[in-house]
Structure formats: C-alpha cells, structure tokens
Design a protein around this ligand. Structure first.
Ligand SMILES: *[C@@H]1O[C@H](CO)[C@@H](O)[C@H](O)[C@H]1NC(C)=O
Ligand SMILES: *[C@@H]1O[C@H](CO)[C@@H](O)[C@H](O)[C@H]1NC(C)=O
Ligand SMILES: *[C@@H]1O[C@H](CO)[C@@H](O)[C@H](O)[C@H]1NC(C)=O
Length: 541
C-alpha cells in the first residue's frame, strides 16, 4: 500500500506543477465581466432579436408546457395562460409578456428596412406562418396564416438589398422563397445544394450559414461546404472547396459562422471573408443519441470568398466548441460565447459546458488571434442565445436542452436567467480613450454613398490615426447562428478638432444595398480599439 500511495502523491504533485506551468504559458490576459441581469425572465430565450427601440424580443416555444411568465390580464392561448415570448427592455431591465398564437419553435427571422421584425415558420400550426412585431409601446405580435409556400422549421432568413427577405431550407425543404410575396415571387424555388449536403443519418445542413456577399450573391454554407449563389437566376456561381477535415459544421453539428468585418469599402474590389468555427465531428449526433459524447471540433476555417481560387485556412481554438455563438463586436473583433465541448445539438446531447468566451482578433497574425475571456458561471447549452446591445455589452440568455421546462433536478436545467457579458473594452480603465457621440443623435437617417460627419467628445488626448467608425446590423440569433449579422468599417477620411475635447470624423456611408441592406444599424465611433456607446442609424432604401 505505502509505495503506491507515495507514487500517487508524487503524481498528484507533478500534475499540479504541470498544470501550473500550463496555465502560465497558455492563459492570455483574460478580460470581460459577467453581470446577472434577471434571475428569472419567465421564459427561456431560445431566439433573440434586438430592435431599434433597445428592446429585445425573445421567445421559446408554445408546445412544451407552462412558462414562468403569465400572459397579461388572464388571457390564454389554447388553455395556456403563460407567455412564450417576451419583450426585454434593456434600458429599464424589465420584461413584458407577449402573446404568440402559434408555435415559434426553431423558427427564423429578419428585421425589415422599416425596423419591424419579420419572423417566419416554426412548428405545427406555426410552420407556414409569418409573424410581424412592430417596435412600438405596448405592441404585440401580428400573425399571418398560410403565408409561406411550404413548412419552414430550422430555416435561415436573410434580408436582401431590395428589402425582401429570403427564407432558405428547413427540415425536408430543399428550396427557398421570399417574403413579402409579390406576384412574381409567390413561388418556391428548388435548391439542389440542400439535397447534396443532406446527410442521410443526421441531416447536418439545417440552419445553413447565409451571408450577403458584396457582389449581391449569397454565400451559403451547409454541412461541410459552401457555394456562392445567385438567388435571382437560381444559379450556383461558385463552388468552394470542402472545409478541411470534412466534418459538418451546421445543425445539429452546430458550429457557428460570421462574415468578418467588411473594410476598404470605397475601393473597387472589396474583400469578404467568412469564418466558421467549431461544430461536431460527423456521426456525433447518432453517437450522442446512443450515449457516447464525442469531443467537439476545435478548428475554425477562414476563407476569402471573392478570391479567384478561394482556399480555407484552418486555425485552432484554445477549446473544442459546439453550440457556441459568434458575434461581431463594435471594435471589429469576434466574440465566441456559450456552448459545450462534447456532444451535439439536440435534446440532452451536449456535455461539458465551455464557460470561457473567446475573443478572435481577425487582424492579428495566425496563432495569436484567440484570447480567452473570464468564465461565466451559468452553462449555456442547447437553445441558448447571445446578441450585441447598443452599449457594447452582449446579452446572454436561454439554454434548454429538454423538451419541456425542467427547472430543477437536471444537470442543465431550463435556464430562465438573463446575463450580460461586458467585453474588456467596457472596462473603466479605458474611459479616457472612449469616444462619446454627440452628433448625429440616435435614430438618424442616412443614405447610400454620402459623406457623413460624426462629432464625438473624448476625455483624454486623441490619436487621430486610430479613429474608425463601425456599423453593425442587429441580428436574429437562434441555434448558435446570427442571421443577417454584418459589420462594416467606415474608414475615417478626416478627423479634426471642432471644440474643447470635441472632434469630427468624416466617413463615407456604404455605397449600396449589397454592402449594407437598408434598415437599422448600430453605429459606433472606435478610438484606439475602444468603442463609444452606439447610436441607431437607419439606412434608407
Ligand atoms: C414562477 O416561479 C415562481 C417560483 O417558483 C412561482 O412562485 C410563480 O408562481 C411562477 N409563476 C408562474 C406564472 O408560473
Ligand atoms: C390589461 O388590463 C388593464 C386594465 O383593464 C389595461 O389598462 C391594459 O391595457 C390591459 N393590458 C393588456 C396587455 O391587454
Ligand atoms: C484593406 O486595404 C489595406 C490597404 O490597402 C490592406 O492592407 C488590407 O488588407 C485591406 N483589408 C481588407 C479586409 O480588404
């Protein structure tokens, strides 16, 4: 007995030394702060969308029992007197129940140019519905039955330069359609790419990653590969190589993806790059159903989508991640947050939550782009969400890996808590660097290809060559993907002093709807990588 215990003590000791050294060499300056906003918002935020009145519309589903939020004035929908949708007011940190009439489970959406949330599909009687939420005081959902051409469950929506949205795929739907419907577009268009990428055992091409390219075509990634698609002619204009390794990245293998910040917008050939991170190896879903949880993917693929010969460049994250959200932050970095390191998306199919978000710095050299952030205390597993707020914080909610509300007795209970993650740029130590926009006022209207002057104040001294302006589209987040997410860097053309501690930066607004579909954006002035609080601007059609 004795020698064995001696050996094990030694082993523990050397393990301790090893892990100590490991943490010394691999832990970069961690940043960011977590804040619990609400102990109980009453529903589990499975889908979230920020609107231009700084309120976040959230919803879960209507068919898995009673939530913890009552509908107002004793109203009920089909014998359920609880809400499955709510409006969270960021400014007052309060929640208002909303009334959905049909199941919004695993649906999709886009914000129209006028700021209304157009939300599509769902389950059961919700499958062909379009629901509209107008951001006004006391407003509620309006629902339109049988409006979609086919059932849409797990589809992806994207707003288009002409103000319509395209709705792509969904379970057993190898096609797309548009909304609003016009006489010429009442059609459902067949889309063989979704047949080709449909894994016979686990699908793996649901909630495809869709981005509007700067040339007006759509970049569409499903399973392990992507195409550039001309939705007007219904024609594939480019086929990209398979992502290295060939493992699936979309639902239920659920990684995530972003279109990296678009820059150099006034030059003739604007680059566009897509970053796809995490996911689960092929077969993980089937194995997880049988009780074996496979480690998630720890790789990202990055590709310049307009290169004549585009190639994926693979980078390695400090952790394996599945079901993480990728969010563009106002300073042009990417936040990777939420999720797990084993299993896949699906009921009780995720294990080992990943609590530390990552910040990805696209402009750093390969190998020094990822930075671990301070860990959360709440696991955010399947059906969790994250959206950027105007003040630069990230709202984090949801997580419900169960097919009903399980508030107790479970490893990962149905999560009703709402948190905010404050990236390091919000730290008070940067207050002298932080710009404050004084003009225009929030809700300003701007048009395409025009000079825009933004005045801001600064407490400390200015570095005029380190000023930029960014605009970010508020995205529809569900199932680890943010539909319509895009960030444009509007380069500072001049920066001049116009008063005591007040400056004016001149930029050019985006040249077309291919760069930035019309609608509401958050606009930030960024100085030495520290963003101001945002203002809302509306790009007019
Ligand atoms: C919400 O949960 C609390 C605490 O369990 C309970 O007291 C309250 O009645 C619940 N409300 C609803 C509407 O379910
Ligand atoms: C609930 O009832 C009160 C009092 O009748 C009314 O003022 C309020 O507008 C009602 N709220 C809703 C959401 O119907
Ligand atoms: C933008 O232009 C600069 C200078 O011409 C170049 O170094 C940079 O790679 C470009 N960035 C992108 C994303 O196109």
């Amino acid at each position: 007995m004795k020698p064995i215990s001696l050996v094990s003590d030694l082993m523990i000791f050397s393990l301790f030394i090893l892990s100590f050294q490991f943490s010394l060499t691999t832990t970069r300056a961690a940043g960011g702060k977590w804040q619990l906003l609400q102990q109980n918002v009453g529903i589990s935020a499975m889908h979230m969308q920020l609107l231009y009145n700084d309120r976040v519309i959230m919803f879960d589903r209507t068919d898995f029992g009673k939530s913890n939020l009552s509908l107002p004035n004793g109203t009920c929908v089909r014998n359920d007197c609880t809400a499955h949708s709510a409006e969270y007011d960021v400014t007052t940190n309060t929640v208002r129940p909303l009334t959905v009439q049909s199941d919004i489970w695993c649906s999709s959406g886009s914000v129209a140019p006028n700021g209304n949330l157009i939300q599509t599909g769902g389950y059961d009687i919700g499958e062909r519905r379009v629901r509209v939420f107008e951001p006004c005081t006391g407003c509620d959902w309006k629902e339109y039955e049988n409006t979609l051409g086919v059932n849409r469950w797990y589809a992806t929506d994207h707003i288009l330069p002409d103000g319509r949205q395209i709705i792509i795929g969904g379970r057993r739907q190898f096609n797309y359609e548009f909304y609003p419907k016009t006489e010429s577009s009442s059609h459902v268009y067949s889309f063989p790419f979704l047949v080709q990428t449909n894994d016979p055992n686990e699908e793996n091409n649901l909630y495809p990653y869709v981005f509007l390219n700067v040339d007006g075509n759509l970049f569409i990634f499903a399973n392990n590969r992507a195409i550039l698609f001309d939705y007007v002619m219904n024609k594939v204009v480019k086929t990209y190589p398979q992502i290295p390794g060939g493992d699936p990245r979309s639902y239920p293998s659920t990684g995530s993806a972003v279109l990296l910040p678009l820059r150099n917008l006034t030059t003739p050939s604007i680059e566009a790059e897509v970053l796809v991170c995490g996911g689960a190896p092929k077969g993980s879903y089937i194995k997880a159903i049988k009780g074996t949880f496979v480690e998630a993917l720890n790789t990202c693929g990055r590709i310049k989508i307009n290169d004549p010969k585009p190639q994926w460049v693979v980078e390695t994250m400090p952790q394996a991640r599945v079901m993480s959200d990728m969010l563009l932050l106002p300073d042009g970095t990417v936040l990777i947050i939420n999720g797990a390191s084993f299993g896949t998306a699906g009921w009780e199919l995720g294990q080992n939550p990943v609590l530390e978000p990552l910040v990805y710095r696209p402009d750093n050299a390969v190998g020094s782009r990822f930075e671990k952030q301070n860990p959360a205390s709440i696991p955010r597993m399947y059906h969790s969400t994250a959206v950027l707020l105007r003040d630069g914080r990230v709202l984090v909610g949801g997580s419900n890996p169960h097919d009903k509300y399980e508030l107790a007795d479970e490893l990962f209970p149905t999560e009703l808590r709402l948190e905010a993650f404050s990236p390091d740029y919000l730290d008070a130590k940067y207050s002298k660097l932080r710009p404050r926009i004084v003009d225009p006022k929030s809700q300003a209207k701007i048009s395409y290809g025009k000079k825009l002057f933004i005045r801001f104040s600064l407490k400390g001294s200015i570095a005029t060559n380190l000023v930029m302006v960014t605009i970010v589209a508020p995205s529809f987040n569900t199932h680890s993907f943010s539909m319509n997410q895009r960030l444009l860097v509007l380069a500072a053309e001049t920066v001049k002093k116009v008063g005591t501690m007040t400056y004016q930066v001149q930029v050019t607004t985006p040249g077309s709807g291919n760069l930035a579909p019309s609608g509401y954006y958050l606009l930030y002035v960024v100085h030495q990588q520290i963003p101001s609080e945002g203002i809302w601007v509306q790009i007019l059609l």
